[in-house]
Design a protein around this ligand. Structure first.
Ligand SMILES: [Zn+2]
Length: 342
């Protein structure tokens, strides 16, 4: 089969489009004929060798997969050949106390498909049977691949961690990212008011189109001052952050008393200073978030059936152009998900 593989860590030039053997399916797995695979920052970190010891080499990236069931292991149930499916990105043992209480991503054996296993930059991928879910609503393969990781992450952050409620205000940093564009929509479904930031006018306009109530340019405007102005001095109840170092101080200044900051990533770096006086006097909660549970993905997928949530596809590249697609992501000029068609 055709696949995009890397054998050593480095830049996009390490990605090689070539013929490799098809994966073998165990009796509890399902073989998927991949039709689309969306990119994530994780793919770039994998290629660069960040936490490289976790990555099986040679490596095929890709954790956001849609396609058709091509082969079913003898112990795998409830799947028929040709079913149109998307793949839940997390694998866990399903037996420990974390798995049993919906905290799959804290399971000791938790792995992300296409990061800690072989993934979807390929014509075929073998995945555990329980990760294979029907595509909701009328989504096509490109749209379906744009859903799992970012909507799961945004749901876990806003619903499970920050407990965002109707009428509250949330500040979403970098709305043009996949997770930012998902967060705006999840927040609107919850009945919250959304202030979204982006780096240019075109992205700000797109953020409004998918539901942001207010937009702020984080390159040319003072974000905490704008949040204060927009909210008549009350500031944001929840801060949705995946940038880290570059946004930390501004987030602290934009957060309302009893506010909750929830973070799922550090694209700008992982070090920040905390003035503990702010945290206790204003009674802030600082929360980490990593992926989410399979049960949360099942919940979030229901909102795609009636179109209350919509995948945001920025662009579609052929699999052979995976290096070009990753370079596009690294330039941060996209809005929503970049998808490989296979
Ligand atoms: Zn477990």
């Amino acid at each position: 089969m055709k696949a995009v593989v890397f054998r050593e860590f480095g830049g996009p030039e390490k990605l090689s489009y070539e013929d490799v053997p098809e994966p073998k399916v165990s009796e509890t797995e399902v073989l998927i004929r991949v039709r689309a695979c969306a990119l994530n920052r994780l793919d770039i970190w994998a290629r660069q060798g960040t936490r490289g010891e976790r990555i099986p080499m040679p490596h095929i990236s890709g954790c956001d997969i849609s396609g058709e069931v091509a082969q079913v292991g003898s112990l795998a149930k409830n799947h028929r050949l040709g079913d149109r499916v998307l793949i839940a990105p997390g694998i866990s043992d399903g037996t420990c106390e974390y798995c049993a209480t919906g905290w799959d991503s804290l399971c000791e054996s938790y792995k992300i498909i296409g990061y800690e296993t072989q993934g979807g930059y390929a014509e075929y991928v073998a995945v555990p049977s329980e990760n294979v879910l029907p595509i909701p609503g009328h989504l096509n393969f490109d749209e379906a691949a744009a859903v799992p990781l970012v909507f799961l992450t945004a749901w876990h952050m806003l619903v499970t961690r920050a407990r965002l409620t109707a009428g509250e205000t949330v500040l979403v940093w970098a709305a043009g990212s996949g997770v930012g564009s998902a967060a705006i929509q999840v927040a609107k479904v919850l009945g919250a008011k959304v202030i979204a930031t982006a780096g240019n006018d075109e992205k700000l306009e797109k953020a409004k189109k998918i539901g942001a109530d207010w937009v702020v340019n984080h390159h040319t405007q003072d974000v905490p001052a704008e949040v204060k102005r927009i909210t008549n001095g009350r500031k944001a109840n929840v801060i949705f952050d995946h940038i880290g170092q570059a946004t930390w101080d501004k987030s602290m200044r934009a957060m309302a008393p009893a506010g909750r900051l929830v973070n799922c990533g550090v694209t700008s770096g992982g070090k920040a200073e905390i003035d503990i006086r702010f945290v206790f006097v204003r009674q802030f909660s600082l929360m980490g978030s990593y992926m989410g549970g399979r049960g949360e993905l099942l919940k979030v997928l229901k909102f795609f059936e009636d179109g209350r949530l919509k995948p945001v596809v920025d662009s579609v590249f052929p699999l052979s152009d995976a290096a070009k697609a990753q370079a596009t992501m690294e330039k941060s000029e996209h809005f929503g998900k970049i998808v490989l068609k296979i």
